[in-house]
Design a protein around this ligand. Structure first.
Ligand code: ADP
Ligand code: MG
Length: 272
């Protein structure tokens, strides 16, 4: 279970206004959110609801117009750019819909890249990259370039790369958006396992209910505000209990082995 005493992210009255010609667009308005260490959450919402804007502000790629955002108690909204890149490098791991691997580097070199400029030796970087690739299930694929890997495997490399500097938060923008349903399930399981085994805090943006239901907490964004929250499958797994009949669950269960009900779905999330 998440530790309620240790928020890794604290957002208060956050606003983001873009100017579109003379028109103001309020992408985020008076948004509040607390994410505790070790949580696995999904931010959902229709196109234009502010998901990417929120993720970019959390990732210190963009700045809020007003309000506060604290990451590990650092007020990143008021941190100058020359210090912000360090927060980005040391505290954030990014996973994108389109993987964004460098095509001329092999899997291991892609994972090593964010470790450059740190104090590790070449040998240490290489070793850590191999360990991370093993962690995401890609042992033996270290020397393959992205074009020789499947889409699912490429996203695994991207996840290993995002973990390279042991980030406080793993941020993923539609990480399953370019994957078929089998790979989508596998990537969601990988993220869930990383969350349980490594305690990685994960904030994922997705409009796909089938992916988002695998998380612990689903948030619905509408017109730049969080309007709804729901528990996800992962929460039942962390508690090891079926929410319908109370019987014990294994981490891999999607359906309760006893009462045969699906543990959590998110199909009704947008409508009710
Ligand atoms: P989502 O990721 O949920 O689709 P976005 O965060 O991309 O939503 O966008 C939220 C709102 O802010 C939309 O109305 C969008 O048009 C607007 N917006 C996003 N980025 C910009 C920008 N750079 N300039 C002007 N308007 C923007
Ligand atoms: Mg978006």
């Amino acid at each position: 279970m998440s530790n309620i005493n240790q928020p890794v992210l604290k957002i208060e009255n956050l606003n983001k206004t873009y100017m579109l010609g003379k028109r103001e667009v309020n992408a985020l308005s008076e948004l509040n959110l607390i994410v505790n260490k070790g949580e696995f959450i999904a931010i959902m919402g229709p196109s234009g609801s502010g998901k990417t804007t929120l993720l970019n502000i959390i990732g210190c790629i963009d700045k809020p117009t007003s309000g506060t955002i604290l990451i590990d108690d650092v007020d990143v909204g008021n941190t100058p750019e020359d210090k912000l890149y360090k927060v980005r490098r040391d505290k954030m791991g990014f996973v994108f819909q389109t993987f964004n691997l460098l095509p001329y580097l092999n899997a291991r070199e892609n994972v090593e890249l964010p470790m450059e400029g740190k104090t590790l030796t070449k040998e240490q970087r290489r070793k850590r990259a191999s360990e991370l690739l093993a962690l995401v299930g890609l042992s033996g694929r270290e020397n393959h370039r992205p074009q020789r890997l499947s889409a699912g495997e490429q996203q695994r490399v991207a996840i290993a790369r995002a973990l390279a500097n042991n980030p406080a938060i793993l941020l993923a923008d539609e990480p399953t958006g370019n994957l078929d349903s089998k790979n989508k399930q596998e990537i969601m399981k990988l993220l869930a396992n990383l969350n349980i085994q490594q305690g990685t805090t994960i904030i994922m943006v997705s409009h796909d209910t089938d992916a988002a239901r695998h998380t612990e907490r689903m948030l619905l964004l509408k017109d730049g505000k969080i309007v709804k929250e729901k528990e996800g499958l992962h929460s039942a797994k962390k508690n090891n209990k079926c929410p319908h009949c109370g019987s014990t669950l294994a981490v891999t269960d999607d359906m309760c082995p006893k009462c045969k009900k699906h543990i959590f779905t998110a199909d009704d999330f947008y409508t009710t």
